[in-house]
Design a protein around this ligand. Structure first.
Ligand SMILES: Nc1ncnc2c1ncn2[C@@H]1O[C@H](COP(=O)(O)OP(=O)(O)OP(=O)(O)O)[C@@H](O)[C@H]1O
Length: 366
């Protein structure tokens, strides 16, 4: 599966652009602020119906314009998939596959899978647990359609249960039967999500370890550990035990909404003890593991988008990484960088062909 043609109108700093892409490695080179990341984000829209960086669609419309449009022609299993995404100010986002509107955007997720690696991913390491849960959920939902619905259902019951806990605190009165219904729904849904996350992490951790060791050439010992209260006890028992605390705190304190991932380097937290290059290597290994997982599950290769990938990595790691993503386990790759000579040098060294694009202030030249 790969993107053959990409065009857009009024998207971020681009008035208009149209490019034909290589099935292999495509590199976009230009100065800071030229529009390299914006271009990757347009590809992200076509795959996941949204920006990777900013959840507000209208903010992606070029300043002064009142709509944006992104079109992509993909090749998948010998067929063409024509995908179009349009956003007009104050109107619902339009998303089409082969000229047909989608009823639900969620139906598109997973059709054209994509993995993005960006400097913003550092939030997975340094921010709170929500970022790490988002990462797991994003990977699983690209291969399991029911997963997203299950999560939405869980969060809805969680909101209702929390509202009831606040009502109990305010009024001292409540309907125990209603609480029992919420608990039952939360347990059923939460347990299914937990099982999916645990099964996923069992496979994913092994893939991650292999990728990290490859990129770092076994230079350091790292760990990726799934943490969930449900690993210790059944959800029903946990909920019962935490009832008193939940009532005091007026929110549900146990469940899969508390799951987290632990990242360690030499047994210590990566966030505090990893160098910037080690943290970046860790994130790259996580994302490449996501790539391998999606490939194994789907039976075809996702797109791989590498934004500003060379920054903070030493030459050995850059070479290893580019060797890896240019081999047969990977398909179409997009890379951005600020230096043409660096990109040319890296690919000459590993003897891999690359399609080069120059990006200058909203213009792309092949
Ligand atoms: N809605 C918008 N309308 C007009 N310009 C926008 C819009 N959104 C973002 N931009 C502009 O896009 C530019 C940023 O582009 P982008 O992030 O793609 O740069 P880049 O080439 O990746 O740079 P760097 O090398 O610094 O990462 C900024 O100048 C920003 O002001």
């Amino acid at each position: 599966m790969y993107l053959q043609q990409l065009s857009f109108l009024n998207f971020k700093n681009y008035a208009e652009a149209e490019i034909s892409l290589s099935e292999g490695v495509n590199a976009f080179v230009g100065n800071n602020g030229a529009g390299k990341t914006n271009l990757l984000d347009a590809v992200h829209y076509l795959s996941l119906c949204k920006s990777y960086f900013n959840p507000i669609d209208s903010q992606q419309i070029k300043q002064g314009a009142d709509f944006f449009m992104i079109n992509g022609v993909f090749e998948k299993n010998g067929n063409k998939e024509v995908v179009a995404c349009g956003v007009k100010r104050n109107q619902k986002k339009q998303f089409k596959r082969n000229k047909k509107d989608y009823q639900r955007l969620a139906d598109h997720i997973g059709l054209l899978p994509l993995v993005m690696i960006s400097p913003y991913d550092i939030s997975i390491i340094i921010e709170g647990s929500e970022e790490r849960r988002k990462f797991i959920d994003n990977v699983i939902s690209q291969t399991d359609h029911n997963y997203l619905d299950e999560l939405i259902a869980y969060n809805k019951v969680l909101t209702n249960r929390n509202a009831l806990l606040r009502q109990i605190a305010d009024t001292g009165r409540y309907d125990p039967e209603l609480l029992a219904v919420f608990d039952e729904q939360l347990i059923a849904s939460g347990t299914r999500i937990f099982q999916k996350r645990r099964n996923f992490m069992e496979i994913f951790t092994g893939i991650f370890n292999k990728h990290y060791q490859f990129i770092s050439e076994d230079a350091e010992q790292v760990e990726l550990i799934y943490e969930s209260q449900l690993l210790q006890d059944e959800f029903a028992g946990l909920l019962k035990k935490s009832m008193e605390r939940d009532r005091v705190l007026e929110r549900t304190t146990t469940g899969i909404h508390k799951d987290d991932l632990q990242f360690n380097i030499h047994g210590m937290p990566m966030k505090k003890f990893g160098s910037q290059g080690q943290q970046k290597s860790f994130l790259i290994a996580l994302k490449l593991a996501q790539y391998t997982f999606l490939t194994q599950k789907n039976g075809f290769k996702p797109l791989l988008l590498l934004d500003d990938i060379f920054d903070k990595l030493d030459d050995n790691r850059v070479t290893k990484l580019m060797q890896m993503v240019s081999n047969n386990d990977f398909g179409q790759v997009f890379i951005t960088d600020t230096s043409m000579s660096r990109v040319e040098g890296v690919f000459e060294k590993i003897n891999v062909g690359v399609k080069l694009f120059k990006v200058t202030e909203g213009n792309i030249d092949a």
